[in-house]
Design a protein around this ligand. Structure first.
Ligand code: GUN
Ligand code: FE
Length: 460
C-alpha cells in the first residue's frame, strides 16, 4: 500500500548480471512510504523480523505492513515491456498469414483509427493496462494512436492504475490511407507537443508516466516530419521510440524513400533521432555497421520475438547486438505479437535464439538467465530507468511481482490455488524452478504486483 512503510520477507530473485540470477533467501526488503528500497537484510530470521521491525529505522509497528511470501513463492522484479501498441490490444492473435506492410493496412490502421471514439479508447486502454499488470508488467513503453485525446487518456489511465509508462502519440504523415494519417508534418508535431504537454501536466516529475516522441517508422514519415521530431527530441531531451529494420521489404522501402539517406539507421541518425533515449523496436535485419552506429549513439533495441515470429519478420540476432554493445530489452509488440505477456516474450526470445543457433551460430543461444535479464534489468536500461527499477537494490523502487508455483504433495495433489501449468515436486533446485516458471508460467503464477510500493494487481 502506498503511503506506508513495508517489509517484504522471503525469497527474492533478480538479475545480478546478463548471465547471472541472484537468489536471496530468508531475506527482508524494506520499502519506505515513497516506494523506495531502503534496506535489504539477508539471511534474516523471518519470525523475528515480524516482531522487532528493525530497530534503528524508527519504524513503528502501526506504520509498517508486513508481506511474507509462502514457501515456494518468490519475489521477482516487475517486467519492463519496452515496446507495445496499447491501441492494438483488441487484435491480439488476429494476423492471419500477413506480413508487416499488409498487416498494417488490413488489421492495424482500421483498428487504430477506430479509437478516435473516446468510449472505445477507454475500454481498450483500460483492459490493456489491466492485462499487462496481471502479467507482471510494471513498466510499459506504449504507442497509442494519432488521436491526441486518446493518447492523453491512455496516460491518465496508466497514472490511475499505477502502471509506470512511456506514452507516445503516433506521428505519421504518409504511407497510410488519408483516413488515418497526419495531414502534414506541422500538424503532426503540434499534436505531439499537445500530448507531451498534457502528460507533463499530469505527472510533472515524470515519476510514473512520461511522454515519448513517436515517429511510427521512417516509411510513414516525411523527411520534414522526421527532421522536426529530431529537433523536438533535441529541444526536450525526451525519449524517442520507433521501429527499425523489422522486415526486408520495409528495409527496401526505406532505401527507395530515402535514396540519399544511407542505411536505415543512418536515415534516423541523419534526422537526430538516434539518441541515448531512443528505443528501436525489432532491429531484425540490421547490418553490423548499423548496429555499431546504434551502439555509438547509445540508442537501445527492443527485441520482439513473438511479433517477429507471428508476422514472419525474421529472427533478430540478439547475441550479435549485445556483442556489438547495443543494450537490449524485450517487447511484446502487441498486436504484431499475439501475447501481452513479457514472460511469453522471454520464452520466445529463448526459442528464437535457438533457431538462430540452428542456422549455424551456436553462441546465439540465450539462457534462462539472459532472457530474464532482458525482461527486467535490460528493459529498465532501454526505457531510461536503469538504477531505478529492474532489480532489488537499495535506492531502487519497489516494482515487483510475487510469483507462486504449484507444490505437488506426496499424493500427487496440489493445493486449492490455481497455479497454472507449473508443478513443483519439491526436489527442484531454485534455478530449475525458475526455468519451469519461464517455460510453463503465465498470469496464474503472478499473484501480486507492485509499482513504487503500491499494490497494482492481485490475483483473486
Ligand atoms: N511498423 C510500423 N508500424 C508498426 C506497428 O504498428 N507494429 C509493428 N510491429 N511494426 C510497425
Ligand atoms: Fe510495434
Amino acid at each position: 500500500m502506498a503511503g506506508q512503510n513495508q517489509i517484504f520477507l522471503g525469497t527474492f530473485i533478480h538479475s545480478k548480471a546478463l548471465d547471472e540470477l541472484e537468489y536471496f533467501h530468508e531475506t527482508a526488503v524494506l520499502v519506505d512510504k515513497e516506494g523506495k528500497i531502503v534496506r535489504i537484510e539477508r539471511g534474516y530470521d523471518l519470525e523475528k523480523a515480524r516482531e522487532n521491525l528493525f530497530p534503528g529505522l524508527g519504524w513503528s509497528s502501526e506504520d509498517v505492513a508486513v508481506h511474507v511470501c509462502r514457501d515456494g513463492q518468490f519475489f521477482f522484479p516487475g517486467f519492463v515491456d519496452t515496446h507495445l501498441h496499447a491501441s492494438q490490444y483488441p487484435n491480439v492473435g488476429i494476423f492471419g498469414k500477413s506480413t508487416l506492410l499488409d498487416w498494417l493496412i488490413t488489421y492495424t490502421f482500421p483498428l487504430e483509427a477506430s479509437l478516435s471514439d473516446p468510449a472505445k479508447a477507454r475500454s481498450v486502454y483500460t483492459r490493456c493496462i489491466r492485462k499487462t499488470l496481471s502479467h507482471g508488467t510494471t513498466c510499459a513503453a506504449y504507442y497509442a494512436t494519432i488521436d491526441v485525446a486518446g493518447t492523453n487518456l491512455l496516460a491518465d489511465l496508466c497514472l490511475a492504475a499505477g502502471q509506470r509508462a512511456l506514452v507516445g502519440r503516433v506521428c505519421m504523415d504518409r504511407l497510410s490511407p488519408d483516413w488515418y494519417r497526419d495531414a502534414d508534418a506541422a500538424g503532426a508535431v503540434a499534436a505531439a507537443r499537445a500530448s507531451i504537454e498534457h502528460i507533463r501536466r499530469r505527472d510533472p516529475s515524470g515519476t510514473l508516466v512520461r511522454p515519448v516522441i513517436t515517429p511510427r517508422f521512417a516509411p510513414a514519415c516525411s523527411e520534414e516530419l522526421l527532421r522536426e521530431l529530431g529537433r523536438l527530441a533535441a529541444e526536450t531531451d525526451l525519449p524517442v521510440q520507433t521501429h527499425i529494420s523489422e522486415t526486408e521489404a520495409e528495409v527496401a522501402l526505406v532505401g527507395q524513400l530515402f535514396p540519399d539517406g544511407g542505411s536505415y539507421a543512418q536515415v534516423y541518425d541523419g534526422f537526430g533521432l538516434l539518441t541515448r533515449r531512443t528505443i528501436l523496436a525489432h532491429a531484425v535485419h540490421l547490418t553490423d555497421d548499423e548496429a555499431r552506429l546504434v551502439a555509438a549513439r547509445g540508442a537501445k533495441v527492443s527485441h520482439c520475438p513473438c511479433s517477429n515470429s507471428a508476422i514472419t519478420s525474421g529472427e533478430a540476432r540478439v547475441r550479435r547486438l549485445l556483442d556489438l554493445g547495443v543494450a537490449c530489452g524485450l517487447g511484446t509488440d502487441v498486436s504484431g505479437g499475439y501475447s501481452a505477456s513479457v514472460l511469453e516474450a522471454a520464452r520466445l526470445a529463448s526459442l528464437v535464439s535457438r533457431h538462430v543457433a540452428m542456422g549455424g551460430d551456436e553462441r546465439a543461444k540465450l539462457s534462462v538467465e539472459e532472457v530474464l535479464f532482458l525482461a527486467t534489468r535490460g528493459g529498465a536500461e532501454v526505457v531510461g530507468l536503469e538504477g531505478t527499477v529492474g532489480a532489488f537494490e537499495v535506492g531502487m523502487e519497489w516494482d515487483a511481482q510475487l510469483v507462486g508455483l504449484a507444490r505437488v504433495d506426496a499424493a500427487g495433489e496440489v493445493g486449492d490455488e490455481d497455479d497454472g501449468n507449473v508443478d513443483v515436486f519439491g526436489w527442484e533446485k531454485w534455478d530449475e524452478k525458475v526455468a519451469k516458471w519461464l517455460f510453463n508460467g503465465d498470469d496464474r503464477n503472478t499473484k501480486k504486483v507492485w509499482v513504487r510500493g503500491r499494490l497494482v494487481h492481485e490475483r483473486k
